[in-house]
Design a protein around this ligand. Structure first.
Ligand SMILES: Nc1ncnc2c1ncn2[C@@H]1O[C@H](COP(=O)(O)OP(=O)(O)O)[C@@H](O)[C@H]1O
Ligand SMILES: [Mg+2]
Length: 438
């Protein structure tokens, strides 16, 4: 359909890309049906660029929405699949070398090797682990598996649940999975012993949570990321992740800014990179903030960042930089998006879709969609599979403080009641969510 409109408007793919601001690659994916549910904002940009009449425009928007919903209902994500890599991965050469060494170091028989990456939130642990796993995939013919243990959330995954998930990913049928944790762990270890697999355990919260997931004998390896040091784990090779160096931080920032980096003064960009103190998450959010506001100069943003830091001292020192970066983006949101954002912080479960965002924000679903798109553009929300969205845990924390400060207890209670009613009607049992953490 899109291709038909484009041809009728006598535009090449490249021309439409230029007029609409949607990349040619994304357009080509849409035209070939590879992306069935483009974002609402993308679709309206295309409708504008094609100067579509009211009916044709509505039809296009509806088609995209249906595609998105269908995607949402029918696509079943692969189990323990490795997440997408960021396409502008920067720096971390020494850390990548460290992990490679770990993998090649000893293939002597003995206990499988366990690597542990620690560091504060937003330092890039997950991103590094994903990068490593992609790079090393050819070394693990037995497969690469990725599990988020949600160790920093209010409902971390239990070892039993994590084992069930990874056993299913390893091909064990549901009815073959033993009920007991110790038995599950033993099946898991025997499966790992017979193959060379890599299991990434992201966001481990405690020693107890990961112990049953460590390999026994054999060539399989486990890579853990954690905010805490997990000092009780023995025989683990440790890597403490530090901030990016200033040149690396600059590289990441100018990469995010793309062409507009050339129009900002280098000294201002340097100052911004310095203010982020090498925290990748802060750099990402500040970068996205600049890209989404072409009129804002880097120098002006840097000056505001310095001011804002004083206002956000309720955050612990380590999180302060990041909170300040969040604040810059939060501040520029339209009211509806701001409300959706802070209220999503208290929604149970780990991710949500536009329908639930509409319920929490008390806005029509179209508005919720726009708000979610805007939040993703700013790096405040992560765009998951099939029309679902989630927070980085630090962002959720920030959103929650906004909610508490900006809304009264009565408003918050009404919100909780609305969410509970909606979830009950949608077939969710929150007691199950709380119990299993899934
Ligand atoms: N080496 C890197 N190169 C580019 N971007 C990075 C890098 N490390 C982290 N990021 C960005 O910073 C954000 C936060 O990183 P993440 O890995 O989620 O941190 P952590 O797991 O330590 O909380 C990511 O979404 C990613 O966009
Ligand atoms: Mg992480």
């Amino acid at each position: 359909m899109l291709r038909g409109h484009r041809r009728a408007a006598r535009l090449t793919l490249e021309q439409l890309a230029e007029v609409s601001g949607v990349s040619a690659r994304a357009l080509s994916d849409m035209e070939r049906g590879r992306s069935k549910g483009p974002q609402h904002r993308t679709v309206t940009a295309l409708a504008d660029a094609l100067a579509l009449e009211e009916d044709a425009r509505e039809q296009l928007v509806e088609l995209a929405r249906d595609g998105r919903l269908r995607d949402h209902w029918t696509r079943r994500a692969g189990l323990c699949e490795l997440p997408r890599l960021v396409d502008d991965f920067t720096g971390r050469a020494a850390e990548l070398a460290w992990v490679s060494e770990l993998v090649y170091a000893d293939s002597a028989p003995g206990a499988g090797v366990v690597g542990l990456i620690t560091g504060s939130g937003g330092m890039g642990k997950t991103t590094l682990a994903i990068r490593v796993a992609h790079v090393l995939r050819p070394n693990f013919p037995g497969g690469v598996f990725f599990l988020d243990l949600y160790g920093m959330s209010s409902n971390p995954a239990t070892a039993a649940d994590a084992l069930r998930l990874v056993l299913r990913a390893l091909g064990v049928a549901d009815e073959q999975i033993p009920p007991d944790v110790a038995e599950r762990a033993s099946v898991y270890r025997s499966l790992l012993r017979d193959r060379r697999a890599l299991v990434v355990l992201d966001n481990a919260g405690s020693e107890e949570q990961v112990r049953p997931l460590l390999p026994g004998e054999g060539a399989s390896q486990v890579l853990i990321t954690a905010r805490r040091l997990l000092a009780g784990l023995e025989g683990v090779r440790r890597l403490g992740l530090e901030p990016l160096s200033l040149p690396e931080a600059m590289q990441l920032l100018t990469g995010i800014l793309g062409q507009r980096a050339a129009t900002d003064e280098e000294s201002a960009l340097n100052q911004l990179a310095g203010l982020c103190e090498g925290m990748p998450l802060a750099l990402r959010i500040i970068g996205n903030r600049l890209v989404s506001r072409p009129g804002w100069q880097a120098a002006k943003l840097a000056a505001r960042l310095v001011d804002e830091e004083h206002r956000l001292d309720q955050f612990r020192a380590g999180d302060l930089k990041i909170a300040t970066a969040f604040w810059m983006s939060y501040d520029q949101l339209a009211d509806a998006a701001r409300r959706v954002f802070r209220r999503l912080a208290v929604v149970p479960g780990r991710d949500y879709d536009a329908a639930l965002a509409a319920v929490v924000g008390e806005v029509p679903v179209e508005v919720a969609w726009d708000a979610l798109d805007e939040l993703v553009d700013l790096g405040l929300l992560l765009d998951g599979d099939a029309g679902r969205y989630r927070f980085h845990d630090l962002v959720r924390l920030f959103a929650r403080t906004r909610l508490v400060e900006e809304e009264s207890p009565a408003e918050r209670e009404a919100l909780a009641a609305r969410v509970a009613a909606w979830r009950a009607a949608d077939g969710h049992d929150d007691s199950v969510v709380a119990r299993t953490g899934l």
